[in-house]
Design a protein. Sequence first.
Length: 194
Amino acid sequence: KVLYLSCEDFVNGYIYAIQKRTLEAFRARHRSADVLVVDDIHFLSGKEQSQEEFFHTFNALHLAGRQVILSSDQPAADLRSLTQQLMSRFKSGFETRIMPPAYETRLAILRGKALARRVDIPAEVLGYIASVVETNIRELEGALTKVLGFASLSKRPVDLELAKEMLKETPATSAASLSIAEIQQVVARYFHKK
C-alpha cells in the first residue's frame, strides 16, 4: 500500500484531525502504509506540532520496516526550523539530488507527452522545446502546453516558428557552457575590479 501526499496535505490533514477529533484515524491511515511518499517536506519548517506528529509517524513506519520517501527543494542539511529529532531521521537515510534531465531524456519525455495527448508534433518542434527548456520536467511540460494551447487558440499549426515565438521569453540555461574564468571576469567587472 503506497500513500503519496504533499507535506501541506499532511499538515492540513493533521490540523483537521485535531479539530474533528479523528486523530486516531489520521494516524492509522498514515502509519498503515507500506510506502509513505511525502512531497515538499520542507513545508514542515516552523510547524512544531506537525513536526512532532510526523516524527512519530516516521518512527512507526521505520520500526515496522516500511519505507518513507521524502522530497524537498533543498538537501536535508539545509532545512531550517526542523527539530533535531527529524533532522537526525532525515539524515539517516539515503539522500540523492535529482539533476535536470539530459537533452535526450527531455526529448523522450516530450514525445511521451505528445503521445499521451494524442497530438502530432513535428520532431523539430519537440527538439527545439527540449533544447530551450533545460531545468525540470514541470517546466518542460509547461512549455509544451504553452505551444499547444496557443496553437489551438490562434488556429495555427504547431511548427518551429510558433514554438520559437511562444518560447522566446524562456531563458536558455546554458550555465554549464560558461568557464570559471568567464564567470570571474563578469564578477570582477561588476565590482569594478580587474
